[in-house]
Design a protein around this ligand. Structure first.
Ligand SMILES: Cc1cc2nc3c(=O)[nH]c(=O)nc-3n(C[C@H](O)[C@H](O)[C@H](O)COP(=O)(O)OP(=O)(O)OC[C@H]3O[C@@H](n4cnc5c(N)ncnc54)[C@H](O)[C@@H]3O)c2cc1C
Length: 402
């Protein structure tokens, strides 16, 4: 059976009340760009793996990689609100996390470099990234440490005008194709640091494969964007590649965490709306018992509920973005947006599979891929439990639980 999805539904043109015109323009332009990379492209990337280079190149050539980067280094100098509008539109086009994660790190990942790098570093690092010549990965998570980041074990030992780095990282996205990595490593042993969050330094440096073995992890979804174990053994990193002060790296990456949560929320909302659009279109078309399945309230109501929940998550995400862009604190809102969006996305994808019945389990209807990808937004970069702990402590004033 061939389904014709109305273009307005696939492009997510559900009412965009209150969205600034600039963001609406960005979404429309990204929709046009993504239309070149249809469902067949993403289905094949998901089946065969391999980084979506053609898509990445088109985004870079359109100048989009620098959307939130400073203008003096070739970026557009826009805010997280605009970057989120872009990333939502990417995911919503049907590219899902296969498309969004291919770009994600390059859109806002280098925020600590933008905020704390020297002028020389910004010129050296940002311009090639924005032009699409260099890809970056973000190496934080470690196998024996998990969410307890301040206890990371990767060590950087000073040796003249270099550091020598050794340790292990896990789940590092795009390390197969990245030329550079943003890396956290401990420069002062935890016992000699005033607080566990001190003594960690941040580096943006060459992913030199002579000293870093990159081993891909076979995983549930998003095959197009690799995830990897990194075995780092004696990697020499020039002091000139350290971002900010020695020992303050953990505090520097905290500045990038809220924007990252906002972007993940935007991507999850986009994927959720893509799944919902497919489900609604299918429910109108599929006739069983002599009428479209979508005429049954038992089918309609879960879909309507998903729309309401996605829309609420979208509004929280936009609210968090506008606070961030206004320089206001937004930790609670960014965390809440990531949590609400990931859960709403998961529910929408699952509902989409169920609405399709048996066809929902077939790859060519795409929603099973969406469901597998939706799980990423729930797990990374922070789990729902830790988001809720943050809100419990910081908003509700409850005692720290861990
Ligand atoms: C597809 C994918 C891509 C990723 N990309 C990257 C990347 O590019 N770079 C990178 O650095 N990392 C990346 N990650 C890692 C991701 O950020 C981590 O998986 C995530 O932070 C969770 O860490 P963990 O897996 O070690 O879980 P753990 O810390 O082992 O936690 C396991 C479970 O226990 C729960 N838990 C732990 N402690 C508590 C507590 N005190 N209270 C309540 N519950 C608790 C957690 O909520 C979670 O559900 C990626 C992960 C995935 C799956």
């Amino acid at each position: 059976m061939t389904l014709l999805y109305p273009s307005w539904i696939m492009q997510g043109r559900w009412p965009m009340t209150g969205v600034p015109e600039e963001q609406q323009r960005i979404r429309a332009a990204i929709e046009r760009l993504c239309a070149q990379f249809g469902d067949g492209y993403w289905l094949e990337r998901d089946r065969e793996g391999g980084f979506p280079e053609a898509f990445y190149k088109a985004v870079a050539e359109g100048g989009w990689l620098g959307i939130a980067m400073p203008e003096e280094y070739g970026g557009a100098g826009l805010g997280i609100g605009e970057a989120a509008a872009m990333m939502q539109a990417v995911a919503q086009s049907g590219a899902g996390f296969s498309g969004a994660s291919a770009l994600h790190m390059n859109i806002f990942g280098l925020n600590p470099v933008v905020k704390f790098g020297s002028d020389e570093q910004k010129r050296r690092f940002l311009a090639p990234l924005i032009r699409g010549e260099e890809k970056a990965c973000f190496a934080v998570t470690e196998p024996d440490v998990g969410l307890d980041t301040t206890h990371l074990k990767t060590k950087a030992v000073r040796d003249g005008d270099h550091y020598v780095i050794s340790g292990r990282k896990i789940w590092i996205s795009t390390a197969q194709v990245a030329k550079k990595m943003l890396l956290l490593a401990r420069t002062t042993p935890i016992e000699q640091s005033k607080k566990p969050s001190d003594g960690i330094s941040l580096f943006y440096t060459e992913l030199d494969r002579r000293f870093v073995e990159v081993r891909e992890i076979a995983k549930m979804g998003r095959k197009a964007v690799d995830s990897n174990m990194l075995f780092i053994d004696g990697l020499r990193v020039p002091v000139a590649d350290r971002i900010g002060e020695e020992g303050k790296g953990f505090h520097l990456i905290l500045h990038g965490m809220n924007p990252e949560r906002i972007l993940i929320a935007a991507e999850a909302v986009g994927l959720g709306f893509a799944a919902l659009a497919r489900a609604a279109a299918y429910a109108k078309e599929r006739v069983v018992f002599g009428r479209p399945i979508g005429q049954n309230q038992g089918v309609q109501h879960p879909l309507a509920q998903c729309w309401a929940e996605l829309k609420a998550a979208e509004l929280m995400m936009q609210h968090a973005a506008s606070l961030y862009d206004a320089g206001e604190p937004c930790g609670a809102e960014a965390n809440a947006a990531k949590y609400l969006a990931a859960e709403a996305c998961w529910k929408a994808c699952e509902t989409a599979v169920m609405t399709h019945g048996g066809f929902g389990y077939a790859q060519e209807y795409h929603v099973e891929r969406y469901l597998r990808e939706a799980q990423i937004a729930r797990i990374a970069p922070v789990s729902p439990q830790l988001v809720l702990s943050y809100i419990a402590e910081r908003v509700l004033g409850l005692p720290k639980s861990y």
